[in-house]
Each structure stands twice: as structure tokens, then as C-alpha cells.
Design a protein. Sequence first.
Length: 145
Amino acid sequence: MTMMPTAAPSIAKSKAGKPRRVYLTEEGCAFFRSITVGRSGDALMLTHNGRPWRHTDQWWPMHKAVKASRLEPRVTFHGLRHTYASLALMNGVPMQVVSENLGHTDTRMVEKHYGHLAPSHKRDAIRAGAARFGLVAASNVKPLR
């Protein structure tokens, strides 16, 4: 992955074997700048003991962090991906954009696995954007708690 000034690092060969870009927030850009300062443009961003990350290299540090924080239910490193996608969707990022940033070819995976939104978000979205038909008269009566 190489950093571009456009806040979209390029991945030369993705999991699907194709090149792609990942669009980042300012915080994401700052993080990757901080870990790549002084490195050549073709150097790996994430290494473990000087070698490329393997699939399991994140497991133990994540396990220790979750245990120390007493998070329940316990979250995995992959769970951070779900959190990213869900929060992006709840903050109004279009599903197609989230899907592409995650590396999916279409929105089906996002709809199936990452599109579960907090019930309060669904409720608030409907109350804010659904059509009104004027059937409920305005009232100054407040419900008792």
C-alpha cells in the first residue's frame, strides 16, 4: 500500500488480485503518515518483527487489549471492520461507497453483513425522513413518565 496525496492509498494487489484505492479520513491519513515516515514508497506499511503481517499477527495484541479493557462481548480485529462499516453507514456514507472502500465488487456483502444498524439509528432516520400525511394533530399535551 502506498500513500497518495489524495488521501487514497493504493493497494497494488488486493485480496481479489486487483489494484484498488482505499479512501481515508484525515485521521487515517495522519496515522499512516506517522508509521511510514522515512520509509521508501514501496516499503510495506504494516510489519511484524520486520516481516510482512500474517493473518494471525494481530490476534494476540488484540486479545490482550480487549481483555484489559474488559469489553463484553469480546470483539475481534475483524469486528473493527464491522464497526467501521456500520458507523459509516449510520453517518450517511452511501452503501456503494462503503462497499468499494471495503473492497467488495457490489453492495450485497455490505447489505448482508455490515448493514445492520443500531435500532435507534433506524428509528431516528424514519422519523427524520419519512413522509408526513398530516393525520396527527399537533398537541401541547406531554405524556407522563
